[in-house]
Design a protein. Structure first.
Length: 358
């Protein structure tokens, strides 16, 4: 489907050259469906590359998306031209009075720092709180996922002895989640981290669900249905050559970084890597967008509230699913039906036996 971007944004032309359907926001009414409004708070150093990566995976959905690029007011990028920021980005204070269907917060190269040492940490907490009230869901990636769990639940991050770096397969632990529909029992994803969040630290936290993890790479995907929060601690959005660029950058800076694991064909750094994770990336983000579309439809058309109750349970299975459906649909009368469905799922022999909606 179509991704709506500023026509002068480099990603617009790059994606169009790849055959992706790209349009300017003013043409949104001509694509036959009201696009979802997604705010992308881009904290990555290479803004241009990251813009294209997220635009590409969001364009893989059947739902059109209008992407708004945003930054915290107190965040001062050093690796992008001021002209690029001025033309294509809006500061948080500019978008704070608006509402969005979804909000994505990217990773940032500050994970070895304490959260309180990051200059824009106080504002990022305000942005996360704002997202709870002004977006139907928050999708926090890598360090942003760690930051969200720290802010909302006090979950710590732990330093790794060595950088976890490469392509790792992750086991789906909640196959009944609509977010993971069509992905299968496991999926590969790029991992590039110096720190980690551990499943044992969140298992006792009310409302949090582990959706995917790896025995070798640790926690990958977690969600909180009460907050409508999804935390992806790795980088499904990465291009085929992103880890290669990071490896070469680290070497140029004199950092001791091992060859990314399971990445180069034949473990030969001269071989061109293949994005074996791209289909999973499109599916995961596509599922998220489809759920956002369902929630918006239920809000606009109250008769569809039964669908949003079931979708909410399938997306984030847990005791808060019924409450989530009430807040999204705005119809408290449907709470009883949602609660009954949630209890039924919990009372089955195995919660993972709940079948995903189709």
């Amino acid at each position: 489907m179509t991704i709506l971007l500023h026509p002068d944004l480099p990603a617009f032309h790059n994606l169009a050259a790849e055959g992706v359907s790209v349009s300017a926001p003013t043409s949104g009414s001509a694509i036959g469906m009201v696009p979802l409004r997604i705010a992308l708070f881009n904290l990555m150093p290479n803004k241009v590359e990251t813009e294209a990566q997220f635009a590409r995976v969001l364009a893989g959905s059947i739902v059109p998306v209008e992407l708004t690029l945003a930054l915290p007011d107190t965040y001062q990028p050093r690796h992008v031209s001021p002209d690029h920021l001025k033309r294509f980005y809006r500061r948080f204070s500019e978008v704070a009075k608006e509402r969005f269907d979804g909000m994505i917060v990217t990773g940032a190269p500050v994970e070895t720092m304490k959260f309180e040492e990051v200059d824009y940490w106080p504002e990022l907490k305000s942005i996360l709180d704002w997202g709870r009230e002004n977006a139907r869901s928050i999708f926090a990636v890598c360090w942003a996922g760690q930051a969200a769990l720290q802010h909302f639940h006090g979950v710590p991050k732990h330093p790794l002895i060595a950088k976890k770096f490469g392509i790792y397969r992750h086991r789906v632990t909640r196959p009944d989640s609509l977010l993971l529909r069509g992905i299968g029992a496991e999926f590969p994803t790029p991992v590039s981290r110096h720190t980690e969040v551990r499943a044992e630290d969140i298992s006792a936290q009310t409302g949090l669900e582990v959706l995917a993890e790896s025995a070798e790479a640790g926690l990958c995907l977690a969600a909180d249905p009460h907050l409508r929060l999804i935390c992806m601690f790795n980088h499904l959005e990465y291009d085929a050559d992103t880890l290669r660029k990071e490896w070469l950058r680290d070497r140029a800076l004199g950092r001791v970084t091992a060859l990314p694991k399971n990445y180069f064909p034949g473990e030969d750094p001269q071989s061109a890597p293949v994005a074996t994770w791209s289909a999973s990336a499109r599916r995961l983000f596509g599922n998220w967008l489809e759920v956002l579309h369902s929630w918006r439809s239920a809000h606009l058309h109250p008769s569809a509230s039964d669908t949003v109750v079931h979708n909410a349970e399938s997306l984030l299975v847990g005791c808060e699913a019924a409450e989530l459906s009430v807040r999204v649909s705005g119809h408290p009368g449907h709470f009883a039906r949602g609660a009954r469905r949630t209890r039924t799922a919990r009372n089955s022999a195995d919660p993972a036996d709940v079948q995903p909606s189709r």
